[in-house]
Design a protein around this ligand. Structure first.
Ligand code: 13P
Length: 262
């Protein structure tokens, strides 16, 4: 019932000309059968989004796109920020909120994240809320408590009816850009804890609708094992999403799965 979602977070890579070439290659390789089986979205830098929109609209592509962050406010004197309102106007469907790189390099708190979630929902964008522990918590075996606490504080301002609109990405900080990857069992342990917590907090019906993504050093070779886990509904891919062939191979994870899934 939860359609799988594969998302490519380009981070600060690919200028707008490279973005056009990249999306054209994805559009050439991905077929209707792929889009019927899963949602595919890309997160280009803000400067690329208008170019991506023009291409997607002109060729009626089924690839969707979003912003890598948004402001808390819709407009005003906030130099350098980009609002959800503007992203929505550019046809964006998604926005990543609370990525660990923004928490680390821009000092974003759970309170900031919570306000950005409200802004995204107000503008009818689907937020992808990122949570996840660093290596110290993992080594201390406090990773579940830490991540649930981060989730609870980030969702502070979100109503029960809005929770099922949100996608949650579990991105352990120690696995991002490091080549170290959570095992499918590690990912499932966290995903089932997240879903149980959502169920206890917002009810089972809302919890069963929320898509949970894994992110952190995902490659085409590791995607099928992760996606075979019952509570892993998709992948948030960083470095490997910059290579169109690799990203397409990740989107085709289902060809490597044995037996029925979802
Ligand atoms: P990598 O896939 O490069 O580890 O990045 C993951 C990530 O941060 C996606 O948002």
């Amino acid at each position: 019932m939860r359609k799988p979602l594969v998302a490519g977070n380009w981070k600060m890579n690919l200028n707008h000309l490279e973005a056009i070439a990249h999306v054209q290659r994805l559009a050439f390789s991905l077929k209707d059968a792929d889009f019927d089986a899963l949602d595919v979205c890309v997160f280009p830098p803000f400067t690329d989004i208008r170019s991506v929109q023009t291409l997607v609209d002109a060729d009626k592509l089924r690839i969707t796109y979003g912003g890598q962050d948004c402001a808390k406010m819709d407009s005003g004197a906030f130099t350098g920020q980009t609002s959800s309102t503007f992203l929505a106007k550019l046809g964006a469907q998604w926005v990543i909120i609370g990525h660990s790189e923004r928490r680390q390099f821009n000092n974003e708190s759970n309170d900031d994240v919570s306000k950005k979630l409200v802004s995204a929902l107000r503008n009818k964008l689907t937020p992808i809320l990122c949570v996840g522990e660093d290596l110290t918590e993992r080594n201390n075996r406090t990773h579940i408590r830490f991540t649930l606490n981060q989730l609870g504080q980030s969702l502070g301002n979100i109503s029960k009816s809005d929770v099922s609109q949100i996608v949650i990405a579990y991105e352990p900080v120690w696995a991002i850009g490091t080549g170290e990857i959570a095992t499918p069992e590690d990912a499932e342990e966290m995903m089932s804890a997240l879903r149980n917590w959502l169920g206890e907090t917002y009810g089972d019906s809302a919890a069963s609708k929320v898509r949970l993504l894994y992110g952190g050093s995902v490659k085409s070779g590791t995607a099928p094992g992760l996606m075979a886990m019952p509570n892993v509904d998709g992948l948030l891919v960083g470095g490997a999403s910059i290579d169109p062939d690799e990203f397409v191979a990740i989107c085709r994870y289902r060809l490597a799965l044995v037996g029925p899934r979802k």
